[in-house]
Design a binder for this molecule. Structure first.
Ligand code: TNX
Length: 512
């Protein structure tokens, strides 16, 4: 028996792996450093996964990797199976005991003929590294090197860490409602590209989509329609918690947005005392903006907001609460600033950091609040002068609801047409004069849903552009290059097809 095990070992070593080049693999986002060693690790039915035993989350990351390998290759890879005596090759997922390492998403991947070693200080870092490893598993197996099918993973060493700590996508579930199942699919896709924040635009003129127990009519009345007059819908608190937990497993933070004082017709329809525009509130199913406002001078309005922020914050483990603040065209400036400053205090009271669209910077708010730049550069500059951090979502570059071109089936074009190259070819670090890397929390790509109502339509606008925003926010400026990126993007088709993503097949890309 001992001899056979020995022979097995020998056989393993004798495999003549074809020459590979890790640096040429189709990883998106591009890792920080890649050193190729031109051989390969053969993933096969005898491979096993071992994780650091007592580090929290590492076992789950190992299980997740095993499931994803199974999904792609049909291989059953055991995780931490101590009774497994197979002489197979090993994928180690191991915790670096580096308490000084503040880079919680950093990881290292060392791939040799004998093993894959993924090391990270946190399970979150290991999870990001697992995405890189997934991207290195080829679509088809090599069936000629040994008796078993082998998926050859190029060897070498990857050292990686994100350029920006906030890498976000936003989904507007208010103009059209998207089901829990749809949002989960979007989360799965985002995780593969190392996105770590999903901002849900939960309320707008056309609909209120999150159950608030103390104000039930918000969803009973405010949730029952959408753009075009369809049935609308809403998340119960159980649904929302389910989404938060689902995202958390993939190290994605949910950022809830209640947009106010404008964009509040649906709330005022449910509770007319909230309304401050002096008109009778009617259901709204069009796509205009800027006509609604809360009454900013009534204490009862702030008592209402207190309940809403409290209930949502209690279900939201992430550090942020997005309070909207955009396009309040019928709110007087001084009322708007007064309102935002009061809301900021409520958000803080419930332990969250406020994010708002860039208009919020004129209010007296804490500098820990974050301004989300979408159109007004002056506002972004004021934010930075006040010492606030900025999230970049420039309408001309990062709006997923902008049409690709004049022939695009869905989308708007008020900011720009955004073809796949335009979406990628810009530099967040130098987009606004005077706003540098240190001022920028990260990049977020919003998907407003006036023109889309199904998952297929969502996918058409989000993919492939969302993949480019992942690289813009994770990879360093030196590592971003359109000519190189577009080849890697063209090679995403096996994954996108397997995920059944109806991406827009832009002619700029040579799709494989
Ligand atoms: C502007 S961007 C809006 C949204 C619209 C979007 C459509 C922003 C903060 N407000 O209300 O849905 O344009 O592109």
């Amino acid at each position: 028996l001992a001899i056979t095990a020995c022979e097995e070992q020998e056989k393993k070593k004798l495999i003549n792996f074809p020459e590979t080049n890790l640096a040429m693999e189709n990883m998106i986002p591009k890792p920080l450093k890649i050193m190729a060693s031109n051989s390969a690790f053969g993933l096969d039915q005898n491979t096993v996964i071992h994780t650091s035993s007592n580090a929290t989350g590492f076992n789950e990351v190992g299980q997740y990797l095993s499931e994803k390998i199974k999904w792609q290759t049909q291989l059953d890879i055991a995780v931490n199976n101590t009774t497994n005596t197979s002489s197979g090759r090993v994928i180690f997922i191991h915790q670096l005991n580096d308490s000084t390492n503040s880079k919680k998403e950093a990881y290292e991947l060392t791939i040799t003929q004998d093993s894959v070693i993924l090391s990270a200080a946190t399970a979150e870092g290991a999870f990001r590294g697992v995405q890189t490893l997934r991207q290195l598993i080829p679509e088809s197996s090599n069936d000629t090197l040994s008796e078993t099918k082998m998926w050859l993973i190029s060897s070498g060493k990857i050292t990686d860490n994100p350029n920006f700590e906030y890498r976000g996508a936003m989904l507007d579930v208010a103009r059209h409602f998207f089901s829990v199942e749809d949002v989960k699919k979007y989360i799965d896709l985002l995780a593969y590209y190392k996105i770590n924040a999903l901002h849900l635009h939960l309320t707008d003129d056309q609909g209120w989509r999150i159950e608030i127990k103390s104000w039930p009519k918000l969803t009973e009345i405010g949730g029952s329609s959408e753009v075009g007059g369809g049935p609308g819908g809403f998340y119960t608190q159980e649904d929302y918690k389910d989404l938060v937990a689902y995202a958390a497993k993939q190290y994605i933070t949910i950022i809830p947005e209640v947009d106010m004082p404008g964009h509040t017709n649906a709330a005022s329809l449910a509770y007319p005392f909230l309304n401050g525009n002096g008109k009778k509130v009617e259901p709204y199913t069009g796509i205009d903006v800027g006509f609604s406002t809360f009454d900013t001078r009534k204490d009862t309005v702030y008592a209402f907001i207190d309940d809403v922020v409290r209930e949502i914050s209690e279900m939201t483990p992430g550090p942020y609460f997005h309070a909207g603040g955009d396009e309040s065209h019928v709110t007087k400036k001084k009322d708007f600033n007064y309102f935002i400053s009061r809301v900021d205090k409520i958000v803080k009271k419930y332990g969250k950091r406020m994010i708002g669209w860039d208009e919020i910077v004129h209010a007296d708010i804490d500098t820990t609040a974050i301004a989300q730049f979408w159109s007004n550069e002056e506002n972004a500059k004021i934010a930075v002068e006040k010492g606030m951090k900025v999230i970049l979502s420039p309408g001309k570059k990062a709006y997923l609801d902008m049409q690709y071109d004049t022939l695009s089936k869905y989308g708007l074009h008020w900011a720009a047409y955004i073809p796949v190259d335009t979406a990628y070819v810009w530099t967040p670090e130098r987009y606004i004069n005077g706003i540098n890397k240190e001022h920028i929390l990260g990049v977020e790509a919003p998907l407003w849903s006036e023109t889309i109502s199904t998952m297929e339509e969502l996918e058409y606008l989000a993919f492939p552009r969302m993949i480019g925003y992942s690289e813009l926010s994770w990879s360093t400026e030196e590592n971003r290059n359109w000519e190189d990126y577009k080849i890697r993007l063209g090679n995403q088709t096996p994954f996108l097809d397997r995920m059944n993503v109806k991406y827009y097949p832009s002619k700029l890309i040579d799709w494989k």
